[in-house]
Ligand binder design. Structure first.
Ligand code: NDP
Length: 450
C-alpha cells in the first residue's frame, strides 16, 4: 500500500552511497491498517490444519531457494555484506528455517507445550539490519507454523529483502493479511509495540531499545521475547589447535564485518600462548580482502551505515585513549562508501570500554588468563550472556567450561555456527526467549514460555 502520509525514505548501498530505492514510511495509521489486516486473517489461518499451514511454509521455502541468487544480491546491495556470505550463509539458512518450521506445523502437539497448543494471535516483530532476511525467517517461520499472523518491521537501512519476501508470500498464494510488512524507522517500531491489538512482540536489536520495549509492554499482558546485544568471550587454551583457533577468531569477529550480536569480540588467550596467537592472527589478517561486497572474493564488505561507522570509530578512539595497543593490517579502503579495517587491540584491561561495550564492528580485544577458573570469571564478567567459544583439545574441559559460562550458546572448537534445529538466545542483558529448534515454538504458542 502507499503510506497514508505519502512520505517515503531512501535506502542506499553502503558500499557506494548510491540511492537504491525509496520506501514507504509507515506511520501510526499504516501500522493500524497492518494490525487490522493481521487480526482479520488470524481466525482462518489459525483454523487451518497444521498440515495445510505446513504446505504454505514449504512453498515459501522452495520459492526462497529458487530465488536465492536474486535475494543474495539484493541483501548485499542493501546491507553491504559480502556476496559470498549472503549466498553461502544467509540464504541457505533462511530457506532451512522455513523448511524446518514447515515440518513442525503439523506436529505441534509434540512440541512440549501441551497436547493442544494454541497460537498467541497477532505478533509484532521488529528486526535489525545485520541479517535482514535471516532475522525475518527466524521470526516469521515459527510464528506462521504455530498459526499466528504477523506484522514485521525491518530496519530502516535494510528494508528491501523484506519487501521481496512480501512478494514471495503473494507468489506462494499465502492468504492476505497473514504476513504484513511495515517499513519505517524507530517510530514505526514504537507504534507497533504500543498498538493494543498486538498480542506478542518479538524484537531483535540493541539492549537499549529492548529495555524501552519491555517498559512499554509491562502490564499490558502482551507476550514478549527479546534478543539483544552481546560481548562474547572466545576462550583459547594452550592445548588448542592454534591454526584452527585463529580461523575461529577471524570467523568469530570479522564475519559480517563484526555486525553480529554473538560475535566473539573478546578473545581470551591463555597467557603462555598469547604472543604466538597474536603473531599468527596478525599474519592471517594481512590476507583478508576488504572492498566491493559484490566481488565474490571479498572477505570484509561495507559498514551498514554512516551512523554505525561513527560508533565504531568512536569506540576505537576510546580504546586508544584508554591505553590499549591498536593494530590494523596495511590495507587500502575503497574511496566511496563506509568501510573500516580489521582491528586488533592488545594490552586490553577488563575495565576498558572496548572490553565491556558492544562495538558491532570488525574490532577484537585480546585479553589473557592463566587458569580455567580465571577464564570463566573473565568470560562472565559482562552484563551480556549471548554466546561464548572454547578452544581446547580436552573434551572434559569443554564440558566443564560450558557448565560455567553464562551464555545461551557455547561453541566448542568452532564459532558462529547456526542451525535451525538449535535454540539461540541470551541470558542477562542479552534478552530472553529462544529462537530456533523446538524451543523456538514455545515463544509463539499460548501455552508456551514468553
Ligand atoms: P536498534 O535496536 O535501534 O534497532 C533494531 C530495530 O528496532 C530496528 O528495526 C529499529 O528501527 C527498531 N527500533 C528503533 N527504536 C525503536 C523503538 N523505540 N521501538 C521499537 N522499535 C525500535 O539498533 P540500531 O540499529 O540503532 O543499532 C545500535 C546498536 O545496537 C549497534 O551499534 C549494536 O551495538 C546494537 N545492535 C545489536 C543487534 C543485535 O542483534 N544484538 C542488532 C542491531 C544493533 P530503525 O532501524 O529504523 O531504527
Amino acid at each position: 500500500m502507499e503510506p497514508s502520509s505519502g512520505a517515503g525514505f531512501a535506502t542506499v548501498n553502503p558500499a557506494t552511497g548510491e540511492h537504491l530505492a525509496t520506501v514507504a514510511d509507515a506511520g501510526t495509521v499504516d501500522v493500524r491498517h497492518a494490525v487490522a489486516a493481521a487480526r482479520r486473517a488470524f481466525p482462518r489461518w489459525a483454523g487451518l490444519s497444521g498440515a495445510e499451514r505446513g504446505k504454505y511454509l514449504f512453498r515459501l521455502a522452495r520459492i526462497i531457494q529458487e530465488r536465492s541468487r536474486e535475494l543474495a544480491v539484493l541483501e548485499t546491495l542493501d546491507n553491504g555484506k559480502p556476496i559470498k556470505e549472503t549466498r553461502d550463509v544467509d540464504l541457505p539458512l533462511v530457506a532451512a528455517h522455513f523448511f524446518y518450521y514447515a515440518g513442525w506445523a503439523d506436529k505441534l502437539a509434540w512440541a512440549g507445550a501441551g497436547p493442544d497448543p494454541r497460537p498467541i494471535g497477532v505478533c509484532g516483530q521488529i528486526i535489525p539490519w545485520n541479517f535482514p532476511l535471516l532475522m525475518l525467517a527466524w521470526k516469521i517461520a515459527p510464528a506462521l507454523a504455530c498459526g499466528n499472523t504477523v506484522v514485521l518491521k525491518p530496519a530502516e537501512t535494510t528494508p528491501l529483502t523484506a519487501l521481496a519476501f512480501a512478494e514471495i508470500c503473494q507468489q506462494a498464494g499465502l492468504p492476505a493479511g497473514v504476513v504484513n510488512i511495515v517499513t519505517g524507522a524507530g517510530e514505526t517500531g514504537r507504534a507497533l509495540v504500543e498498538h493494543p491489538g498486538v498480542d506478542k512482540i518479538a524484537f531483535t536489536g540493541s539492549t537499549e531499545v529492548g529495555k524501552l520495549i519491555q517498559r512499554s509492554v509491562a502490564g499490558t499482558g502482551k507476550h514478549v521475547t527479546l534478543e539483544l546485544g552481546g560481548k562474547a568471550a572466545n576462550v583459547i587454551f594452550d592445548d588448542a589447535p592454534i591454526d584452527e583457533a585463529i580461523e575461529g577468531i577471524v570467523n568469530g569477529i570479522f564475519f559480517n564485518q563484526g555486525h553480529v550480536c554473538c560475535a566473539g569480540s573478546r578473545v581470551l588467550v591463555q597467557e603462555s600462548i598469547h604472543d604466538d596467537v597474536v603473531r599468527r592472527l596478525k599474519r592471517r589478517l594481512r590476507t583478508l580482502r576488504i572492498g566491493d561486497p559484490l566481488d565474490k572474493n571479498t572477505d570484509l564488505g561495507a559498514i551498514n551505515s554512516a551512523t554505525q561507522l561513527a560508533r565504531i570509530t568512536e569506540m576505537v578512539d576510546a580504546g586508544v585513549a584508554e591505553g590499549a595497543q591498536l593494530w590494523q593490517p596495511p590495507c587500502v579502503l575503497p574511496e566511496r562508501g563506509w568501510f573500516f579495517p580489521p582491528t586488533v587491540f592488545t594490552g586490553v584491561a577488563q575495565s576498558h570500554r572496548i572490553a565491556r561495550e558492544e562495538i558491532f564492528g570488525p574490532v577484537v580485544s585480546v585479553l589473557t588468563f592463566r587458569t580455567p577458573e580465571e577464564a570463566v570469571a573473565k568470560a562472565n564478567n559482562t552484563p551480556y550472556g549471548l554466546s561464548a567459544g572454547v578452544w581446547t583439545e580436552k573434551g572434559s574441559r569443554i564440558l566443564w567450561m560450558a557448565q560455567r559460562l553464562r551464555a545461551g550458546v557455547v561453541w566448542a572448537n568452532t564459532f558462529n555456527r547456526f542451525d535451525p534445529t538449535s535454540p539461540f538466545g541470551g541470558y542477562k542483558e542479552s534478552g530472553f526467549g529462544r529462537e530456533g529448534g523446538r524451543h523456538g515454538l514455545a515463544a509463539y504458542l499460548e501455552s508456551g514460555v514468553g
